[in-house]
Design a protein around this ligand. Structure first.
Ligand SMILES: Cc1ncc(COP(=O)(O)O)c(C=O)c1O
Length: 436
């Protein structure tokens, strides 16, 4: 992890001057976020990278080997031989892709996954769609109609895009902060019905959970529904118990079970694209709501379904989860604790207060994010660098995601590199508040 590497300069097509004005109107459309992403994509080797080879959690980009701390394959199921070897039998039986929209027909594995999921989550029922992005854009507007939607300001971008769609369909949309629930309560009192509050389960940058009990109390008092996007909690955290295999709890059945809450007034959304390394997502809800969504959520009616390989990895992933998931989560917890303890010893702060496997290390000078990213890349660390305005200025930094497929040695090497980085870049010291 110590070799240095100079990324080849990117040469992007220069045909723009010969474009017709029709293209120029498109390309000259300016947006703050777009221009920052454009800049990073063009200059940073850790954006828009093409990976030539994978070997465990090591990846090769050109002739440079790095350790991958940027994937969300938390349980390491992307590399699991049992799962990989089961896929061909599903392809033999079902072909590569059902290609019916779900409204027309679905192969049996859909039904099997929905039943297994509902039982794992302890929910009444579950509906599968290809991605959480599809769900945010279609299920949010379908649930809210001309009622009101309150989205937590730091919720994932896809929730805000779902909110824009909800507004376009006639809903009233507002934002709130989870540390100012008093303000949300005042607005809820007069908000039109149906009322829906939308939050992330485990936040994708901080790695922390929401104040679920308080949010649910508010929802129940004001006849609202709490919509929880548990993209990063499902598969990673689960129900607690005296014999639990780690503080992440058991079974990976999500943040709601982890925090000991029920699904009363709650709709849980989750996905397989992180802990399960597959392309599927779900809404856990009462059967009557599922039936309503079948004729109200666009992707169920109009979109192509997940490919059969994803149905296979989802279904077998759930079986592996029942047998070996707790062992994988215990390992994930141990590796994450090794990193968090190491950071503390180095005197480095993180936004993570939960111990979950998303560890954001902020910079006190948000303008130096891509310099830090390049240093880590050169030292063989592949991590997500998150600049402003992709995240608020106090969250700018580098995000490390641990998976059960990482090794102790990889965590120790990462800590060595982060220790060296701390001598060069203004990383947040332990105990200090993030930059405002
Ligand atoms: C909190 C959160 N919600 C939703 C998504 C999108 O999930 P999907 O890939 O299933 O569309 C992500 C992806 O990173 C996420 O972090």
């Amino acid at each position: 992890m110590t070799d240095t590497f100079e990324a080849p300069a990117r040469s992007l097509p220069r045909a723009r001057d010969t474009f017709s004005p029709a293209w120029r109107y498109v390309l000259d459309h300016s947006m703050g976020l777009r221009s920052e992403l454009d800049r990073m994509r063009r200059h940073a080797p850790f954006y828009d990278a093409i990976v030539d080879e994978i070997d465990g959690r090591r990846i090769r980009i050109g002739d440079h080997w790095l350790t991958d701390f940027a994937s969300c394959n938390y349980l390491g199921l992307d590399l699991d031989r049992e799962i990989i070897e089961t896929v061909p039998s599903y392809l033999d039986r079902w072909g590569t892709h059902p290609s019916w929209s779900r409204l027309i027909a679905s192969p049996v594995p859909y039904d099997e996954i929905e039943r297994s999921l509902a039982s794992l989550l302890g929910a009444e029922d579950a509906l599968l769609l290809p991605t959480i992005t599809h769900i945010q854009l279609s299920v949010l507007p379908a649930l809210v109609g001309t009622g009101s939607l309150f989205v937590e300001v730091h919720a994932h971008q896809t929730a805000h895009e779902g909110a824009a769609m909800t507004a376009a369909r006639g809903g009233t949309v507002g934002r709130f902060r989870e540390d100012r629930l008093d303000r949300l309560e005042r607005r809820l009192r007069t908000a039109p019905f149906p009322r829906l509050i939308c939050v992330d389960g485990v936040h994708s940058m901080t790695g922390n959970g929401p104040p679920l009990a308080e949010l649910l109390a508010l929802a129940r008092e004001h006849d609202a529904l709490l919509y929880v996007d548990d993209a990063h909690g499902f598969g990673v955290v689960g129900e607690r118990g005296p014999a639990e295999s780690s503080p992440y709890g058991d079974r990976g059945n999500g943040i709601v079970r982890h925090l000991g809450e029920s699904y009363d007034h709650l709709i849980l959304v989750g996905g397989f694209s992180k802990a399960y390394s597959s392309l599927l997502a779900f809404v856990a809800c009462p059967t009557e709501v599922k039936e309503y969504l079948k004729s109200a959520a666009g992707p169920y009616i109009f979109s192509g379904p997940s490919p059969v390989a994803s149905l296979a990895t989802g279904l077998v992933g759930l079986q592996v989860n029942e047998r070996r998931g707790d062992e994988l989560r215990a390992r994930l917890h141990r590796l994450t604790s090794r990193l968090l303890d190491g950071l503390r010893r180095l005197g480095l702060g993180t936004l993570n207060t939960s111990g979950f496997p998303i560890v954001e290390i902020p910079l006190t000078d948000p303008d130096r994010a891509d310099e830090l990213g390049r240093y880590l890349y050169d030292r063989g660390v592949f991590a997500s660098v998150v600049p402003f305005p992709v995240v608020p200025r106090d969250q700018v930094g580098v995000r490390i995601q641990i998976t059960a497929a990482n090794t102790d040695a990889e965590i120790d090497d990462l800590l060595t590199v982060l220790g060296d980085a701390a001598a060069r870049y203004p990383l947040l010291p332990v105990g200090a508040p993030p930059a405002g």
